[in-house]
Write a protein that binds this ligand. Structure first.
Ligand SMILES: C[S@@+](CC[C@H](N)C(=O)[O-])C[C@H]1O[C@@H](n2cnc3c(N)ncnc32)[C@H](O)[C@@H]1O
Length: 230
């Protein structure tokens, strides 16, 4: 089975383990590939909705993996007991929802060694929430599909804080991993231009939000001070 670039990068971020939970699995493509490739011995594929879970079950059966991948109906990490999985994937959901799901069951969360997170939006909210809740971001990856760039985080328990607000928007690990690589420069420019557009929108607004303007100005100052040609 050929995974899309986004799902392939999510899969590759998972560390070898005995059991992985893919929460919000939908099609179950990632746990199927993880078990087929021997990266994880077993998997639990879960979803809050019955339709996606039925789809997951169908794909698991078609690949002859019923004995190795279990499906469960329910929200986020609450579908497992502490110790049942060493890695948890939360992919293709909003950053705010992912942050909430990580806090839904503290005992389960504490027992998990690695989280692989792929937020569709609000990555700054997610990174702030991770640091507030005693997680550190050990790696970040970019995946490109058409004109879209996705960010994938590998997260473990630990203490960490970023010294600049811009690293909450554009992960500090991305700077370290990609440096001057073309894909990252494109990502950086796209994000910076979006902040410039937001700032100009705020400055032209009838009712100006001074706090928001100061926040965006600081963000742009930080980004422009990093030495990239933006
Ligand atoms: C856009 S799909 C992403 C599927 C897959 N993880 C991926 O990255 O391609 C989001 C899935 O998350 C499920 N979902 C939404 N909220 C959830 C929650 N609280 N717990 C578990 N699954 C949830 C939806 O039913 C849907 O199947």
């Amino acid at each position: 089975m050929q995974l899309t670039a986004r799902l392939e990068t999510v899969k590759n971020a998972v560390l070898p383990c005995g059991a992985v939970l893919d929460a919000g699995t939908d099609h179950a493509y990632v746990p199927i590939a993880l078990v087929q490739q021997g990266i994880c011995r077993r998997a639990i594929a879960s979803d809050i909705n019955r339709g996606p879970l039925l789809r997951a079950r169908e794909h698991i059966q078609k690949n002859g993996l019923d004995g190795k991948i279990e499906t469960r109906l329910g929200s986020g990490i609450t579908v497992i007991n502490p110790g049942e999985a060493q890695s948890v994937i939360l992919a293709g959901m909003g950053g705010v929802l992912i942050a909430q799901l990580l806090e839904e069951d503290k005992a389960v969360s504490a027992s998990v060694k690695q989280f692989v997170l792929q937020p569709m939006n609000a990555p700054e909210y997610l990174r702030h929430s991770l640091h507030k809740n005693h997680f550190c971001i050990t790696e970040e990856y970019l995946a490109e599909e058409g004109d879209k760039l996705y960010v994938i985080l590998s997260v473990e328990h630990g203490e960490e804080r970023y010294e600049k607000e811009c690293y909450y928007h554009i992960g500090k690990r991305l700077f370290q991993r990609y440096g001057e690589q073309e894909i990252f420069l494109r990502y950086l420019k796209k994000k910076t231009n979006a902040f410039r557009k937001m700032l100009s929108g705020q400055q032209k607004a009838l009712l100006q939000d001074e706090k928001r303007i100061a926040y965006l100005e600081n963000l742009l100052r930080e980004l422009e001070g990093l030495g990239y040609d933006l």
